[in-house]
Write a protein that binds this ligand. Structure first.
Ligand SMILES: Cc1ncc(COP(=O)(O)O)c(C=O)c1O
Length: 407
């Protein structure tokens, strides 16, 4: 299936620094297929109008398309109600919406929040800000020796800290490991906590069923799942979203505005203040169709091949230390590592010279990094269009760099 999939991504035919591009930075953002590009182009050329406001045909058409994507997202994550799907600007905004609303409405000085050492800054920083405003305590579950969260340790932390809220990443953007979110959510609920799942890294790789996971909230970004930037999804259980205050105040999220007071609109508009990113939502709809056409069965099968091939290749390089689990199970093709004798930033620059686009740094997960390596790591993150041949090129390039620089 790979050539058929690859041919849908024009950027993969381009060259960089004189070489065919190998794009291994998919955990940061994915490339976009023709169907997404053309859905947005068609929208702007022939369908563009504001949603929910005009009575003219163009506006009604735009509204129908925009709301149609909400139905598609509901199906994609198996939410019970369409009002539980909120369009945001991305995972970061989704998390901030919940953290601010929940903290303001339900938390008081001394209350505890439980996160993990694996969290992206998008989960940690909003809670730290809320904690300093309200006097909350933020606790972290440490990683196990294999770089996974040990559910026994997690359950002990629940018992010890009695958190009101638990924030969990579904899949680590550094280690690629899939957390047992269903089991962890059940344990958190038993302990009386509300659970927010950060699904930024899962939406493109594994099927998400919010009813099965039973999480209270879940957030993800379109641009990490072959859709455009500027739009994301926040899911929340209806009763909880109804109980939370809005995050963004202004037009569109109101029912009536008087000098004395404003009555907010019902869900989902209550959380969609301002002019919506309509073309981006349409692009997201096309990205969902792209994923649906391939199917998670084939995506996961292909990505399992990529995982095994990359793990074998990385293991064959001396002086290479992989962060996190070295087993191919319960993980996606995201690999962070260090190579003895060379800083990850220098290594990334040398790989770029070979046309291989990778990421170096702490990947917005400084707490995780400080638990595993002193500084930065190099991350290769793959998606549905990547191939074993590209992995071979990357492994050969790593070997050549070692030889040339005698490291
Ligand atoms: C696990 C995780 N959470 C949250 C985010 C933030 O996503 P965004 O920048 O699209 O809001 C990212 C992005 O790298 C991520 O990998």
């Amino acid at each position: 299936m790979n050539q058929t999939v690859r041919s849908q991504f024009p950027i993969l035919k381009t060259r960089t620094r004189g070489n065919a591009l190998v794009y291994f930075d998919n955990a940061a953002t994915t490339q976009k297929p023709l169907s997404v590009l053309s859905a947005m182009d068609t929208f702007y050329r022939t369908q563009n109008a504001p949603v929910h406001r005009g009575v003219y045909a163009l506006a009604e058409g735009a509204t129908a398309r925009y709301e149609g994507v909400r139905d598609d997202v509901r199906t994609f994550i198996n939410a019970a109600h369409r009002e539980e799907i909120i369009f945001t600007s991305g995972t970061t905004m989704g998390i901030n919406t919940i953290v601010q609303g929940f903290a303001e409405k339900f938390l008081k000085k001394g209350d505890s929040i439980l996160l993990s050492d694996m969290e992206h800054h998008a989960m940690i920083v909003p809670w730290q800000a809320a904690a300093s405003r309200l006097g909350l305590k933020v606790h972290f579950v440490p990683l196990g020796a294999d770089g996974r969260i040990d559910t026994t340790v997690f359950k002990k932390a629940l018992k010890k800290h009695r958190p009101k809220f638990v924030g969990l990443t579904h899949i680590s953007n550094v280690l690629g490991s899939i957390n047992p979110v269903r089991e962890m959510t059940a344990a958190a609920h038993k302990a009386g906590a509300v659970v927010l799942v950060d699904a930024a890294q899962s939406a493109a790789h594994i099927p998400i069923d919010v009813q099965k996971l039973d999480c209270d909230f879940l957030a993800f970004s379109s641009h990490k799942m072959y859709g455009p930037t500027g739009v994301g999804i926040l899911y929340g259980k209806k009763a909880l979203l109804e109980a939370l205050p809005p995050f963004m105040f202004g037009g569109h999220m109101i029912e009536t505005v008087r000098r004395e007071r404003t009555i907010y609109a019902p869900l989902p508009e209550k959380f969609e203040g301002g002019t919506q990113p309509v073309a981006e939502v349409i692009g997201l709809g096309a990205a969902l169709s792209f994923i649906r056409r391939i199917g998670f069965g084939r995506i996961q099968k292909h990505e399992r091949t990529l995982v095994s091939h990359m793990l074998n290749g990385l293991k064959s390089i001396s002086g290479l230390t992989l962060l996190g689990p070295a087993k191919s199970t319960d993980r996606i093709p995201v690999f962070s590592f260090t190579l003895h004798g060379i800083h990850p930033h220098d290594l990334a620059t040398l790989l770029d010279k070979e046309g291989i686009a990778v990421r170096a740094g702490h990947h917005c997960a400084e707490i995780l990094h400080s638990a595993l390596v002193p500084d930065a790591s190099l991350r290769m993150s793959l998606g549905v269009y990547n191939t074993v041949e590209e992995i071979d090129r990357a492994i050969a390039a790593l070997r050549a760099i070692q030889r040339k620089w005698r490291i």
